[in-house]
Design a protein around this ligand. Structure first.
Ligand SMILES: Cc1cc2nc3c(=O)[nH]c(=O)nc-3n(C[C@H](O)[C@H](O)[C@H](O)COP(=O)(O)OP(=O)(O)OC[C@H]3O[C@@H](n4cnc5c(N)ncnc54)[C@H](O)[C@@H]3O)c2cc1C
Length: 445
C-alpha cells in the first residue's frame, strides 16, 4: 500500500518519485484517501493557495494535484517575468487591489527566500501626441491605486537619463516594477507546501468532480489511472483549463451543470528575443485602455536576454502553443460561440493588427523601434505562451480577476473556482492566496 508522503519526512530527490505513488483504489472499493482540502492545478496560483492554507492551518490535510510532471509548466513559466507595480488596473478592481498588495508580499518573499529578482523599473512612453491623454489617465490610475514612487517624466532628456536608447516625449516612470522568473517562485511555493506537510501529486489529471455520498467528505475527485480522492473542500486553480474544470463538476446522477454564457478562449502569444543588445529597464508602449492588453514592450530577463513583443492570436486548442496543436472539438465550440463571433466583429481592426505582428516579425520590430533604438539584426524568434481570455456573450473582454466562491448547489457549495486569473496574477499570487484562504479557513477550522 503506497501513500504520497509530505516532503519533510523523506530525503530530497526521492520525494518527487514518491510523490507520484499513491494508493490506487477501484471505484467500487472503499475510498481511503480523504482530505480536508484538494487544490487542483499546480501553477503559481494553486501552489500559493496550497502554501497559504497549510501555513494558516497546519493540521489541515491538503493535497495539490497537477496533471503535468512538474509544477508551473504552463502560464506560470511562460510569461513576461514582470513584477507589475499595479498601474494599469481600474481603481477598486480586484486586479488593482491584489496587485498592489501582491508586489509588497512577493518582493518580501523573494528577499526572505533568496529568490533572484531585479528592480529594473518601467517606462511607459508616449511617442505620439494622440497618446498623451491615455498616458495621463494611466498615471492617475496608478496614483489612485497607490503605486509607489510613480512619476511623470516630461522630456526626452529625462527619459534618456533612465534608458539612453529610448525615444518619445512623455513617460511614466515606475521604479518599483521588477523582473523575476515566475517558475522559480512557483517551485518555491510548492516546496513550502511540501515542507509544511502538504501532499503533491504530479502527473495526475482530474477527470471528474462529483458527490461522494459521504457527509464528512462530500466531494469525490476522480483522476486518471482510476485514482479516487474524497475531500471536504476543493479549490480549482486550472489556469487555461478553469472552464473545463468547472464543466467536470457533476452534481448528481443527472450531471446538471451551471450554464455560463461566457466563453474561455486561448490566445497564442509569441515573443521575440533581443540578443547582444542590453536594455536597462522595462519599456512599454501606451496601451489601448479599452482592451486588457499592455501593448508592445521590451522586458529584460534575469538571464540577460530581452523579451520583445508580444503578438496574440487565437490558439487552436486550450494548450495551443503551435500551429500544429489543433483540437477540433475545442475549435468548433469556440468558433460557434456567440462570444467569439461578437469578439471578431467588435475588435476586427485590433485583430488584424495582432495578426500582422504575428505573421511578420519585421512589423513587430518596427512597433518596438518607435519606443527604443534597437537593431533589427539582433532580434531572433523567442518563446511562445498561451494566455486565456474570458469573453462575454457580447464579445467584450472580462477585465478583472474572476473567482467563484461556493456558487450553486450540492457540492458546488464546497468548491472555489479561480475562474479567470490573467496578468498580473503572478505578481498578485500571494495576495490572491490570502484572499481565497480568508474564504475557506473559517469553514475548515
Ligand atoms: C504571455 C503571458 C505573459 C504574462 N506576463 C505576466 C507578468 O509579466 N507578470 C505577471 O504578474 N503575470 C503575468 N502573466 C500572468 C500569469 O503568468 C498567470 O496569470 C499565472 O501564471 C496564472 O497562474 P495559474 O496557476 O492560474 O495558471 P497556470 O500556471 O496555467 O497553472 C494551472 C495549472 O493547472 C493544471 N491543470 C489544469 N487542469 C488540470 C486538471 N484537470 N488536473 C490537474 N491539473 C490541471 C495545469 O497543468 C497547470 O499547471 C502572464 C501570462 C501570460 C500568458
Amino acid at each position: 500500500m503506497l501513500f504520497i508522503l509530505p516532503k519533510k519526512k523523506i530525503p530530497l530527490g526521492l520525494s518527487r518519485k514518491l510523490s507520484l505513488l499513491i494508493e490506487h483504489v477501484g471505484e467500487n472499493e472503499e475510498i481511503r484517501n480523504c482530505y480536508d482540502a484538494v487544490i487542483i492545478g499546480g501553477g503559481i496560483v494553486g501552489t500559493a493557495i496550497a502554501r497559504a492554507l497549510k501555513n494558516s492551518l497546519p493540521n489541515c490535510k491538503a493535497i495539490l494535484i497537477e496533471k503535468e510532471g512538474l509544477l508551473g509548466k504552463h502560464q506560470s513559466s511562460h510569461n513576461s517575468g514582470v513584477i507589475h507595480a499595479g498601474i494599469y488596473y481600474k481603481p477598486e478592481s480586484l486586479k488593482a487591489k491584489l496587485c498592489v498588495r501582491g508586489v509588497d508580499l512577493i518582493t518580501k518573499y523573494c528577499d526572505e527566500n533568496k529568490i533572484p529578482y531585479r528592480n529594473y523599473g518601467k517606462l511607459i512612453i508616449a511617442t505620439d501626441p494622440t497618446e498623451i491623454h491615455s498616458l495621463k489617465r494611466l498615471y492617475e490610475r496608478g496614483t489612485e491605486n497607490g503605486v509607489k514612487e510613480l512619476k511623470l517624466v516630461e522630456s526626452i532628456e529625462e527619459i534618456r537619463r533612465i534608458e539612453p536608447k529610448c525615444k518619445g516625449f512623455l513617460a511614466i516612470w515606475s521604479p518599483k516594477t521588477g523582473n523575476v522568473d515566475w517558475s522559480v517562485v512557483t517551485e518555491s511555493f510548492g516546496e513550502d507546501f511540501r515542507k509544511a506537510g502538504g501532499y503533491v501529486l504530479l502527473n495526475h489529471e482530474v477527470k471528474r468532480i462529483k458527490s461522494s455520498g459521504y457527509s464528512v467528505y462530500p466531494i469525490l475527485i476522480k483522476c486518471n489511472e482510476n485514482l479516487f480522492l474524497k475531500s471536504k473542500y476543493a479549490i480549482l486553480c486550472g489556469g487555461l483549463h478553469s472552464g473545463k474544470l468547472s464543466e467536470l463538476i457533476q452534481e448528481d446522477a443527472d450531471g446538471s451543470h451551471i450554464s455560463n454564457s461566457k466563453i474561455m478562449i486561448s490566445m497564442r502569444v509569441e515573443y521575440q528575443l533581443l540578443k547582444n543588445e542590453s536594455i536597462s529597464t522595462n519599456v512599454y508602449a501606451v496601451p489601448d485602455l479599452s482592451l486588457p492588453f499592455l501593448g508592445v514592450h521590451l522586458s529584460p530577463q534575469l538571464d540577460g536576454s530581452v523579451l520583445l513583443g508580444p503578438s496574440a492570436v487565437p490558439a487552436y486548442q486550450i494548450e495551443g502553443y503551435s500551429d500544429s496543436d489543433i483540437n477540433i472539438t475545442y475549435l468548433s465550440k469556440t468558433l460557434s460561440s456567440p462570444g467569439f463571433q461578437n469578439l471578431t466583429k467588435k475588435y476586427f481592426s485590433q485583430g488584424v493588427e495582432q495578426l500582422k505582428r504575428a505573421c511578420c516579425s519585421g512589423y513587430q520590430i518596427k512597433e518596438v523601434q518607435k519606443l527604443v533604438n534597437i537593431s533589427e539584426e539582433n532580434v531572433v524568434p523567442g518563446p511562445t505562451a498561451v494566455q486565456a481570455q474570458y469573453i462575454n456573450e457580447d464579445g467584450s473582454f472580462t477585465d478583472d480577476f474572476v473567482f467563484e466562491f461556493f456558487q450553486g448547489e450540492g457540492i458546488r457549495t464546497r468548491i472555489i473556482n479561480c475562474r479567470f486569473l490573467p496578468s498580473p496574477a503572478a505578481t498578485s499570487s500571494l495576495a490572491i492566496a490570502e484572499y481565497v484562504c480568508e474564504n475557506v479557513i473559517e469553514r475548515l477550522k
